[in-house]
Design a protein around this ligand. Structure first.
Ligand SMILES: [Zn+2]
Length: 235
């Protein structure tokens, strides 16, 4: 059952997953693919198996900053589907991957008859709101170096040691100038934590990155475990 590669779907009972399976399809999503535009209706619900979905707030002046990442432990579009709401952010594939997908209309119909699914979507929304609030505090209070280390930790957790991203993209996600990212990346490189070749960040010493990171990633993971009553070490 490929849908169990997503930890939200994997929490469904076998009966519930069998009932939703005919409406789910598995799709490949490329880096940069847009899943929803700001203020547009969310047409599909995505349950990632791999890769990363980024939720990005865009400002009128052309700036942008990432407020949340969704990996195989999450879902995008769940609660918007339940009540026909629009997307609050620009939502884009940060790292290519696969996902189980269902149309929002069908998801709403199915969830009306499957309380187990509805509960999971609502619980994830509660976690997601906590993640966004933590990110707001982090962006205001923590240094670019600590934030970049936090970001690398989450990326490492979701995609492993080789992260296929440019420094331009990283600067945009962190909401800082490219020169700030270059400066911090070179400090991390000198400390033996990462190596960097064009378009690819390789993580060498994840324990050292954890030491330099702010506490926000650990706080967000603890929040996830509280919401889902989970002891899973990789979620
Ligand atoms: Zn922080």
């Amino acid at each position: 059952m490929p849908h169990r590669k997503n930890f939200i779907l994997n929490r469904l009972s076998a009966d519930d997953l069998n009932r939703i399976s005919p409406d789910l399809s598995v799709v490949q999503l490329a880096h940069g693919e847009v899943l929803a535009e700001t203020h547009a209706r969310v047409e599909k619900v995505y349950f990632p198996h791999s890769g990363i979905i980024a939720c990005v707030v865009e400002t009128i002046g052309g700036g942008a900053i990432e407020t949340a990442m969704i990996g195989n432990d999450g879902v995008f579009g769940g609660t918007q589907a339940l009540d026909g709401k629009v997307s609050l952010n620009h939502v884009v594939m940060q790292v290519a991957g696969a996902a189980s997908v269902i149309s929002s209309d069908r998801a709403r119909e199915v969830a009306d008859n499957l309380p187990g699914l509805r509960d999971l979507l609502v619980n994830y929304e509660q976690f997601f709101l906590g993640q966004v609030q933590q990110t707001a505090a982090c962006n205001a209070l923590h240094t670019v170096q600590a934030r970049m280390c936090k970001w690398l930790l989450r990326m490492h957790e979701l995609v492993g040691s080789d992260i296929p991203l440019t420094q331009e993209f990283l600067a945009q996600m962190l909401g800082v100038r490219r020169t700030s990212v270059t400066g911090v990346a070179s400090e991390l490189q000198k400390a033996g934590m990462i190596s960097y070749a064009r378009g690819l960040i390789h993580i060498i010493d994840v324990d050292l990155i954890r030491q330099w990171a702010c506490e926000c990633e650990a706080d967000v993971r603890a929040h996830y475990r509280r919401v889902f009553h989970s002891n899973e070490s990789n979620t």
